[in-house]
Write a protein that binds this ligand. Structure first.
Ligand code: ATP
Ligand code: MG
Length: 550
C-alpha cells in the first residue's frame, strides 16, 4: 500500500515533462493551478493541484497559483481567500508565484486591439441568441455574422467604446475571426470579450468589458512562461483555439497544453455549479458542510490532507475518464487515521447498565491505551463505576446463534475493565429495554481473564457519572444514487438522511479533544471535533465500508 510520503508514480504527464527536460526544451517545468474564484475548491481540484504542484516540485520547477478571475458576475473575495487557505492546507506552496488573470487585463486588451488591427477579430452586434443559432451544429456549419466584415477602423472604434462603457451588458461582443465552418465549434469565431457592468473583486469598476476564459488562459500561461499547461480533458476541444491565439499574438512564450482525466467519484458531485446550488438552496450548512466534497468540508469532517494526497496518488493520472468508488476514498482516510488517531470510548446510542455487585460510590481509574498502532501515543485513565452506558446495538434479548455480545446470561469483557454477565433486563411500559442489571468478576480487573475462561466480545462503555454529553453528527451518502451527475437534476436525488444528529455519551477525556483532529471512538469509527461551540463531533468515516451495503 502506498502512503502519502511515497515517491510519485510516473504517468504520461511526468513522461512528457521528463522528455522535454532531457531534450533541453526546458530546464525545469513551470506549471500553474488556475482556479476560478467562483466557489470553494473540491476534491477534483485536489487532483489538479497534486498534478501541477507535484510535477513542479519533483522536477525542481515551480507552480503558480493563478486566479482565473475573468467573470466578476460570479466571483467573490471570499472564494479567493478560501482557495488560498485550501491550497495551503493540502500542503502546497506557491511561494511568491501568486497571480491573477486580472493583472493582465490591460495587456489582454492591447492584444485584442492587435487582433482587430490584423483583421483577426471583429465586434459583433448579434444577440446572444442569434449568435448561438448562427454557430451551427456538429453536422452543420455556422453562418457568418452580418457584422463579420466590419472595417478595422469601425471595429477599433466600437471596441474602444465598449471599453469606455457606452453599451449595456450583452449589446456587443468581440469575436475572433477564424472559421465559421470549422469542425471544432470552438473555432467558429469564438467570443473573446463581453460587456459586464459589475464590480470586480480586484479591479473594481475599472473595466466593464472582460475577456473570457479562452482569451485569458493561454495568454496568462504565456505571460508567466508556463512550460506545461496541465488541465482536465474538457479543455481538449479548446486547445486549437489556445494555440491559434498564441500564434496570432505577440506573446513572450508558447506553452503547451496537455489534458488529463477529471476525477469523478460515486455518490459525489464535483461541479461548482451544482455545489453552489446546494449552498444557495440551503441544502447544506455552507461550503464547509462536512457532507460537501469541498476541501473545507473534508477538513471540517476531519479528513487529514495527507489522506487526500494519498487518495489522489492511488487514483493515478490517465487520459481516459473514469469514476472512482467513494469507498476507496474512505479506505485511504481510514488507513491513515488508523495509524495516527488516538482511541477513546464513546457510546452513540446509550443503554444503561448497572453492575449490581460493584460498590456504590466507588470509582476506579483504569488504564487505557491511546493507540495500539503507535506505542509513543501513551496511555490515559478511564473512570469506571457501578453505572455505565453501553451501546444499544451490543445487547439483544433473544440473540441469534452468532450474536456474541450481551444477552441474558452472557458474559462479555468491558474494554480495559472487567468481565460482566447480564443477569436481568429492565423494560419500560412500552416493553422497551431501558436498563441491564449485570454482575462483574472482580478478579478480571483490566479485562484479563482470571482463570483462562474466554469471552467472545469486548464492548466499549462509558461511566454514567463521568460521561460527557455530546452532539454527534453522522454523515451518510449525500445522494440516493451512485451517479448523481447523470440525473436530470442531481438535487432531486438528495438523500434526506445524509445528516443524522444524535446525542452521545463520551468518556471525559474527549471533553478536551482538539477541534479538527480526528480521534477513534473504539469500535465505531473516526470522529472529529467540530468548531461549533459546545461538544460537537463529526463522523469522519466509519470503521467499515458502509457504501457496500448502501
Ligand atoms: P467545476 O466544474 O467544478 O466548476 P472548473 O473546472 O470549472 O470546475 P476551475 O476553477 O476552472 O473549476 O478549475 C481549476 C482547475 O481544476 C482546472 O484546471 C480544472 O482542470 C481542474 N479541475 C476541476 N475539476 C476537476 C476534477 N474533477 N478533476 C481534476 N481536475 C479538475
Ligand atoms: Mg472552469
Amino acid at each position: 500500500m502506498s502512503d502519502a510520503s511515497a515517491p510519485a508514480v510516473s504517468n504520461f504527464l511526468r513522461e512528457i515533462v521528463a522528455r522535454d527536460i532531457a531534450e533541453g526544451k526546458h530546464k525545469v517545468p513551470v506549471t500553474r493551478f488556475p482556479p476560478e474564484p467562483n466557489g470553494y475548491l473540491h476534491i477534483g481540484h485536489a487532483k489538479a493541484m497534486c498534478i501541477n504542484f507535484g510535477i513542479a516540485q519533483d522536477f525542481g520547477g515551480h507552480c503558480n497559483l493563478r486566479f482565473d478571475d475573468t467573470n466578476p458576475a460570479k466571483e467573490e473575495q471570499e472564494f479567493i481567500d478560501s482557495i488560498q487557505a485550501d491550497v495551503r492546507w493540502l500542503g502546497f506552496d506557491w511561494g511568491k508565484n501568486l497571480f491573477f488573470a486580472s493583472d493582465y487585463f490591460e495587456t489582454l486588451y492591447q492584444w485584442a486591439e492587435h487582433l482587430i488591427r490584423n483583421g483577426n477579430a471583429y465586434v459583433d452586434d448579434q444577440s446572444a441568441e442569434e449568435t448561438r443559432i448562427n454557430r451551427g451544429t456538429l453536422t452543420e456549419p455556422g453562418k457568418p455574422s452580418p457584422f463579420r466584415e466590419r472595417t478595422v477602423e469601425e471595429n477599433l472604434d466600437l471596441f474602444r467604446r465598449m471599453r469606455a462603457g457606452e453599451f449595456p451588458n450583452g449589446a456587443r461582443v468581440l469575436r475572433a475571426k477564424i472559421d465559421m465552418a470549422a469542425g471544432n465549434i470552438n473555432l467558429r469565431d469564438p467570443v473573446l470579450y463581453r460587456i459586464i457592468h459589475t464590480h470586480h473583486p480586484r479591479t473594481g469598476t475599472t473595466w466593464c468589458i472582460y475577456p473570457n476564459y479562452d482569451f485569458a488562459h493561454g495568454q496568462s500561461d504565456a505571460l508567466e512562461h508556463i512550460t506545461h499547461s496541465l488541465c482536465s480533458l474538457e479543455y481538449e476541444d479548446h486547445k486549437p483555439l489556445y494555440d491559434w491565439l498564441l500564434a496570432h499574438l505577440p506573446v513572450p512564450s508558447h506553452p503547451r497544453q496537455y489534458e488529463f482525466a477529471r476525477l469523478n467519484m460515486t455518490y459525489t458531485l464535483l461541479s461548482k455549479r451544482h455545489l453552489t446550488r446546494l449552498v444557495q438552496g440551503k441544502h447544506v450548512r455552507g461550503w464547509d458542510d462536512p457532507r460537501m466534497p469541498t476541501l473545507a468540508g473534508l477538513r471540517r469532517r476531519g479528513v487529514p490532507p495527507a489522506a487526500l494526497v494519498d487518495f489522489v496518488k492511488r487514483v493515478g493520472v490517465a487520459r481516459a475518464n473514469s469514476v472512482v468508488d467513494i469507498a476507496m476514498f474512505d479506505a485511504c482516510v481510514r488507513e491513515l487515521l488508523n495509524k495516527t488517531a488516538s482511541r477513546y470510548m464513546g457510546v452513540l446510542r446509550p443503554l444503561k447498565v448497572v453492575i449490581e455487585n460493584y460498590p456504590e460510590g466507588q470509582v476506579e481509574e483504569l488504564d487505557a491505551v491511546n493507540n495500539p498502532e503507535d506505542p509513543s501515543a501513551g496511555g490515559r485513565k478511564v473512570p469506571f463505576s457501578r453505572e455505565l452506558y453501553v451501546e444499544q446495538d451490543d445487547f439483544m434479548e433473544n440473540p441469534p446463534k452468532k450474536f456474541f455480545r450481551l444477552s441474558p446470561g452472557k458474559e462479555v469483557r468491558l474494554r480495559y475493565a472487567y468481565f460482566v454477565t447480564c443477569k436481568e433486563v429492565v423494560k419500560n411500559d412500552q416493553g422497551e429495554v431501558v436498563e441491564l442489571r449485570c454482575t462483574y468478576d472482580p478478579a478480571s480487573r483490566g479485562g484479563n481473564s482470571p482463570d483462562g475462561r474466554k469471552v467472545q466480545a469486548t464492548l466499549h462503555w462509558v461511566s454514567v457519572a463521568h460521561a460527557k454529553t455530546a452532539e454527534v453528527r453522522l454523515y451518510n451518502p449525500m445522494f440516493n444514487r451512485p451517479d448523481p451527475a447523470s440525473a436530470e437534476d442531481p438535487l432531486t436525488e438528495l438523500n434526506p438522511a445524509s445528516l443524522e444528529v444524535i446525542e452521545a455519551k463520551l468518556e471525559p477525556a474527549l471533553e478536551s479533544a482538539e477541534v479538527g483532529k480526528a480521534v477513534q471512538f473504539e469500535r465505531l469509527g473516526y470522529f472529529t471535533r467540530d468548531p461549533d461551540a459546545g461538544l460537537v463531533f463529526n463522523r469522519t468515516v466509519g470503521l467499515r465500508d458502509t457504501y457496500a451495503k448502501a
